[in-house]
Design a protein around this ligand. Structure first.
Ligand code: NIG
Ligand code: FE
Length: 414
């Protein structure tokens, strides 16, 4: 008889997002299997068995954990973060309170550009320590897989420095990290009027990044005063030719058509989408591009209108949720807070929200074979939650509900 490495039993509710060959579309997102009184067994880092608590008593294991009727879910996936940066921007909060718009702060050399300066100044080791601090906090909230972007260098040396930090985090941390090159995140002041030249430099860097395996995805900030649709298309097409998966910061503030562009190019995800057009939404519904919604950013920018998640889901779009953790537009590592905002501001149901931070978030970063669901043969990434049922987590907001967090069957927090 098998002697398992670990059995977790007496699970009040085991959250089982559906295994699927493609992201769950709106209709599928409404469903979520909840197994009551469940148990799971881990062998060689993987889920080896799922059954009832009753049945688990007949199995042998080196270690047994009584979940005490708590809820267990797959490890959460945060598919959009700007994890590596220098400095902080607390001084800009007063400008926001005075009503100065986000894009105006950027146009005046603040915002992203102020973080770029601080990131250039910081050594690789300093950036690593700082990112590790934030990453530890993300993990404490139940996250076992993340995406991390560059984009605070805007010059080859600093962009590479950020990407090397992500690589070191990957090597050091017992979690799954996906790396994204976001070189075209803003236009450096010295390139005003020479945007095409800047884009070319960023395109040139793609080969180096590929050669050194420093990023899986390429991303661009397509927005008024930043990069146009044509520039975004050009950059993403080159990135696609060079074998990168595509992501795009699309239609966050103005409706430029970044959503439509993402679908046309077969992007893995289109992110933000607060101002996505009706056509953009119906294009998404007919594609495998995941809509990554970031309600924390809309909230933190002090806006009243959020991404039209209900329309997206009802039309069949596959939706995921992420923190967008960054020092300017969404300063939180707390994915659970994002789940509450999704309930309150995006009007998503608890079932949709759990699917959006697990299976669909994994699809949004190409990690669907590794993360997001619990099934036999998968890495045993899971969270034990200090909540009475799965509805409770989005409901009780602003605190950490994680009891303990596991990656590959080992406890990494709690
Ligand atoms: O996703 N929108 C552009 N980029 C980030 C913000 C970066 C920053 O303000 O530092 C975002 O919101
Ligand atoms: Fe972002």
């Amino acid at each position: 008889m098998m002697n398992y490495d670990l059995i977790v039993y007496n699970i009040g509710q085991l959250i089982l997002p559906k295994s699927s060959p493609k992201p769950l579309n709106g209709e599928e997102m409404k469903q979520l299997t909840i197994k009551e009184n469940a148990a799971i067994a881990v062998q060689d880092k993987k889920i080896a068995w799922i059954g009832s608590t009753e049945e688990s008593y007949k199995l042998d294991a080196r270690e047994r954990i009584d979940a005490k009727r708590r809820v267990v879910s797959p490890g959460l996936v945060d598919p959009h973060t700007h994890l590596v940066f220098g400095g902080s921007r607390e001084k800009e909060l007063a400008m926001k309170q005075a009503g100065i718009p986000y894009l105006d702060i950027l146009a005046n050399g603040g915002g992203i550009l102020s973080t770029v300066e601080a990131t250039k100044q910081a050594s690789e080791d300093e950036l690593f320590e700082k990112a590790a601090f934030h990453l530890d906090r993300m993990i404490s909230y139940g996250v076992t897989t993340i995406e991390a972007k560059s984009g605070y260098g805007l010059d080859p040396a600093t962009e590479m420095k950020q990407l090397r930090v992500v690589k070191r985090l990957k090597e050091k941390y017992p979690i799954t990290i996906v790396s994204t090159f976001l070189g075209p995140h803003a236009i450096p002041p010295t390139y005003k009027g020479k945007e095409e030249r800047f884009l070319h430099e960023m395109i040139d860097l793609l080969d180096d990044i590929k050669e050194n395996k420093l990023a899986d995805f390429a991303d661009i900030f397509c927005e008024t005063g930043v990069f146009t649709i044509e520039q975004s298309r050009h950059f993403l097409e080159r990135a696609k030719e060079k074998g990168f998966g595509l992501k795009i910061h699309a239609d966050e503030i103005d409706s430029l058509g970044g959503t439509e562009l993402a679908v046309a190019l077969g992007a893995t995800s289109a992110d933000h989408l607060v101002a996505a057009s009706d056509t953009g939404i119906s294009d998404l519904a007919n594609s495998h591009t995941v809509a990554v919604l970031l309600p924390g950013t809309t909230f933190y920018l002090g806006k009243d209108s959020f991404a039209r998640a209900r329309k997206m889901i009802d039309e069949g779009v596959a939706v995921a949720l992420a923190t967008d953790f960054n020092p300017g537009s969404c300063v939180t590592e707390n994915i659970q807070l994002i789940m509450s905002l999704a309930a309150l501001k995006l009007k998503m149901t608890a079932e949709e929200i759990w699917n959006a931070v697990t299976v669909n978030a994994a699809f949004a970063i190409g990690k669907q074979d590794e993360a997001g669901i619990l099934e036999i043969g998968r890495l045993a990434n899971f969270v034990i939650w200090e909540v009475p049922n799965y509805l409770y987590l989005p409901y009780h907001f602003g605190v950490n509900h994680a009891n303990s967090v596991y990656h590959s069957g080992s406890k990494i927090w709690g």
